[in-house]
Ligand binder design. Sequence first.
Ligand code: IPE
Ligand code: IPE
Ligand code: MG
Length: 246
Amino acid sequence: MSFKEKIDINRLPRHIAVIMDGNGRWAKEKGKLRVFGHQNGVKAVRDTVEAAAELGVEYLTLYAFSTENWNRPALEVTALMELLVATINKETKTLMENNVRLNAFGDLKSLPSKCYKELMEAIDKTRNNKGLTLNLALSYSARWELIQMAQKLAQQVENKELASTDISEDVVSSLLCTAGMPDPELLIRTSGEYRVSNFLLWQIAYSELYFTDIFWPDFRREQLYEAIANYQGRERRFGKTSEQVI
Ligand code: IPE
Ligand code: IPE
Ligand code: MG
């Protein structure tokens, strides 16, 4: 039985987040440069997006470039940005075919202007699509996001638009990059690393974490199905006892 057949379509996670990791090691294993790994990571992105859209997942958030990734060698950063431009350009058609609405969050203004422009164009082109929402986390880190949120909160309190006693979980959530979206029920990280690397710290408070040894360029729909089936086999208790939730 394939993993897809094991999936209960009525209990799909509404939001899946992915830390796409292992491109460099995948390439190194093949005696190639790291950028070759990034190039091949695009195939994994395409297959994962298509599969998530087909299943009926509502939100897919892909960690594509972290705030910390700016500290990589300039050559790799440039190659990644060029790849991003080329990919957005090429893949807009695939997004349209799959009814996918593109969205991006992070410190987007720090991206090279060409990158930013391509991104905004693709977001605009896909804005009326009603299927999967694909979030690209770009130049993103959760601490950056939380600081933005705190600054907005402070501003609202300063302007007397909000009383400090009115600050609630809902107010905080509404000021994050994922405002209006459900928190991810499932967080996937590839490449055998067991950490969250500054990704969605607020939103993953109760996410189910799924780690796989596979390097990102080898990740395909079958691995997504496997992760979802694994998620569906878990009991989510949210602090309650097992007897309370069954
Ligand atoms: C993930 O793969 C892609 C990005 C972080 C941009 P890596 O480039 O981190 O690959 P490894 O972890 O070094 O193998
Ligand atoms: C996390 O991967 C960031 C992205 C996948 C974009 P990294 O490879 O940068 O994370 P660390 O450095 O291993 O924690
Ligand atoms: Mg890595």
